[in-house]
Design a protein around this ligand. Sequence first.
Ligand code: FAD
Ligand code: AMP
Length: 480
Amino acid sequence: MSKDYEVIVIGGGPAGYVAAIRCAQLGMKTACIEKWIDPQDKPALGGTCLNVGCIPSKALLESSEIYHRAQHDFAAHGLKIDKVSMDIGQMQKRRREVVGALTGGIQGLFKANGIDWLQGTGCIEDTGKVSLKEHGKSRKKNLTCEKIIIASGSVPVNIEVAPFDGDRIVDSSGALEFDSVPERLGVIGAGYIGVELGSVWSRLGSEVVLLEALDSFMPIADEQIAREALKQFRKQGLDIRLQSRVVSAKVKGKKVEVKYNAENEEHTETFDRLIVAVGRRPYTESLFSGNARIELDEKGFVSVNEKFRTSLPDVYAVGDVVGNPMLAHKGMEEGIAVAEILAGQKPQVDHATIPSVVYTAPEIAWVGKTEQQLKKEGREYRSGSIPFAANGRAKALGQQDGLVKILADSKTDEILGAHMIGPYVSELVQEIVVAMSYRASSEDIARIIHGHPTLSETVHEAALAVDGRPIHFAPPRKRK
Ligand code: FAD
Ligand code: AMP
């Protein structure tokens, strides 16, 4: 082969490293360029998800949840602890260890699959031509390949009214690194990242205020679930202020003064730290040069067709950089699919069955259409809901807040969506993802045996409830 590689992947996050592994499995000589340098100054694979996203946030959510439960729930189990104290240094060390083990694991997978990890910044010069600027070197290396896969991901949006200063005003990455618990913490944006990070620090003792410009909470979730979530979070002490648009944030000594507009009035709040969590944008900086004119859409996402082809021949793109939903599992699935397309296969990524999860306590998870979407489409559907309070396992766990709701087509009974809030719904939603992938009906789920006592029985009962025949819950009687 006259070219250096058959495939060069730019970006080693979930979309890129998975694409690289699948390409190698399919026999292609593959390299992955990744430029990430971790806080210990070491190059790292894994991208946003492993280094500053999914994994470290879940590590801290777990630590803070245990701390919270030790203080508030253990007594009900008959466990007495005189005083629970917190060692934030150890908590952060554990987070770093979890991240290190997983990013090191990807490095091991690359070795096992014979993938070259090229450490530095990749730039597409033209079809089949990539330059690599290695860390600490000024000269670029020129590489040739048959195909290029862009998986350069996304970065946090920086808003002019609240510019990051890396100390008092931080993005989601900075919010994972606090070495002490802020007394008062402000969060701009009540999306899933804002709510998860707000929950972490609230459970550890911060007084948390979330400022959200929109008038509704989590508008992409099912309205009933979003209402329930808002109620639960407020009960937990998260001060969520809707219709509150931040207009300025200024660091004053060790504090941050935030001004926001609500109900036609300007308000001022002072915080010890401010997290800006107003969304993420595609990352394409210094990715293209020379002849490499790649079409981007109006929001800066790389435009691709259904086969992940960009406007430049033999250049493909996957993951956050091609658009919403910006989720790791969506990127991974696209990574597998693009590799298989390069190998001449015909894979399909079913974007209609991508699950969404918010890892708060209780967790929120859904897949498919919401009730408001179905109503807008004029689609006739039946709905079955079961509260976790009717589930034995949830009672035994002491986590009975929340519900599971299944929506199914009125005529065919095909499942159109499922919406959940409650314990471990991140796991429960997967049953519906499988069911929807096979275009199952709610009756299919209703007829499947679910282990007892498990939380999954709530899914079973919700399926029975679609047909008005749940066993362990008596729904309100229908009016004649
Ligand atoms: P990234 O993970 O962003 O990876 C892109 C990589 O490309 C980066 O490592 C970058 O250094 C590298 N790169 C870019 N340009 C170049 C270049 N020119 N040369 C070399 N390398 C380059 N998603 C979930 O599904 N579940 C969650 O629970 C979840 N939690 C999250 C929590 C937080 C706080 C955040 C911020 C995100 C979370 N996400 C979660 C989103 C998830 O992290 C992203 O959807 C996912 O990482 C996208 O994968 P990707 O491979 O497309 O991009
Ligand atoms: P997401 O895109 O899901 O991460 O959510 C980001 C949230 O931040 C959205 O709900 C936006 O409405 C919100 N947001 C953006 N700018 C501001 C602002 N200046 N003040 C308050 N909320 C904002």
